[in-house]
Design a protein around this ligand. Structure first.
Ligand SMILES: *Cc1c(COP(=O)(O)O)cnc(C)c1O
Length: 354
């Protein structure tokens, strides 16, 4: 509906507002409907999900199916696409729970680093990539991987959580499926868990909706509504977060206590050339290393504005020492999610804490 318009216009006008109606209709909590319309029961049908699915599908360029968390979206996709004995390629440096999930499935797993090299996709059913990867912020060439996957008869799925639907359109780059944890920047206020799958394959979208109805794990209408309200400011929030990430990158670059600084939006980041070819904009997540776990603890204790918290993409600047969760990264690796504070305040606070 809003395909030719800018990001800010698209997220604000993601649902058409009729005269006399609210701009964003309130959440519908019904479990049973007065029969006669399309909606019958709350497990298969909910207008609040549909409004958000329409908005997200429009941004992704496909059909979106909502799930109660990002992991629910990932697991619905994997269970729908993979059969026993299939081979799946996963990022060895991507979101850790995806690897945990697949480890419990009767499939062959091949891990590849996001930046490559990738194995041959011969005999592979599904290639799942994450770009930029969480937490390392490496980037892979989605169009090239889609070509290689399709040549081998495999599907390409992209976990687009770090990029968001405004930051990257994997379906337009040739991917078959996008998964996204809307818990992060899409909802954006650290108060909701939600996720979605988008695909250009209507048959797959229908199968995912059926799996959700039959499986019974459905999103809450209030959560869907909160995420939809958050989506309206995604353009504004991402702009401020990227501005803050750029300021922090400048401040941390060359700092004696900091190594391995990564932000794909920076001109001197190793992923920048590829990222700027395939991404539409950059977000607020940076990664860097301090000497060890104790150095990270001291940094977080001394900072007034950087909250120790997992997750990312919220209004508040947060930092997460990923090794504490078992990510295969150095003990002192910090994933910092720049929030929507003022850049000067953040830079002063972070430099002071270091
Ligand atoms: C957080 C995250 C997930 C899981 O999402 P939840 O909403 O926490 O279930 C999946 N993939 C990536 C890249 C993530 O960052």
């Amino acid at each position: 509906m809003t395909g030719d318009l800018g990001d800010g216009t698209r997220v604000v006008h993601s649902t058409p507002a009729a005269v006399g109606e609210p701009f964003l209709a309130g959440p519908v909590f019904a479990s049973a409907y007065h029969l006669g319309g399309d909606d019958t029961y709350g497990r298969p049908h909910n207008p609040t999900w549909r409004a958000l699915e329409t908005a997200l599908g429009d941004l992704d360029g496909g059909t979106a199916v909502l799930f109660p968390s990002g992991m629910a979206a990932v697991s619905a996709l994997l269970r729908e696409v993979l059969s026993p004995g299939d081979t799946v390629v996963l990022p060895g440096d991507g979101y850790f729970l995806t690897r945990t999930l697949v480890a419990g499935m009767p499939v062959e797993v091949v891990e590849a680093p996001t930046a490559g090299p990738y194995p041959s996709f011969d005999g592979v059913r599904l290639v799942l990539v994450e770009s930029p990867s969480n937490p390392g912020l490496d980037v892979c060439d989605i169009a090239a991987l889609a070509g290689a996957a399709h040549a081998a008869g495999a599907l390409l799925a992209v976990d687009n959580t770090t990029a968001t639907p405004l930051g990257q359109r994997p379906l337009a780059l040739g991917a078959d499926v996008v998964v996204c944890s809307d818990t992060k920047a899409v909802a954006g206020h650290s108060d909701v868990l939600l996720g979605h799958v988008s695909t250009v394959d209507e048959g797959l979208a229908e199968r995912l909706r059926t799996a959700r109805t039959v499986g019974g794990a459905i999103p809450g209408p209030f959560e869907a509504w909160l995420a939809h309200r958050g989506l309206g400011t995604l353009d504004l929030r991402l702009a401020r977060q990227a501005e803050n990430a750029a300021a922090l990158y400048e401040a941390l670059r060359g700092h004696p206590a900091v190594s391995g600084l990564r932000w794909p939006g920076a001109a001197d980041d190793p992923a920048h050339a590829l990222a700027s070819r395939q991404m539409r904009r950059f977000g607020g997540v940076l990664t860097f290393e301090l000497r060890d776990a104790a150095a990270v603890e001291r940094f977080l204790e001394r900072s007034a504005l950087v909250a120790p918290a997992t997750s990312f993409g919220g209004l508040h600047t947060t930092a997460d020492r990923r090794a504490q969760w078992g990510d295969p990264v150095p003990e002192g690796l910090v994933r910092l999610s720049a929030g929507c504070e003022d850049a000067a305040d953040l830079v002063a606070d972070v430099l002071g804490a270091l």
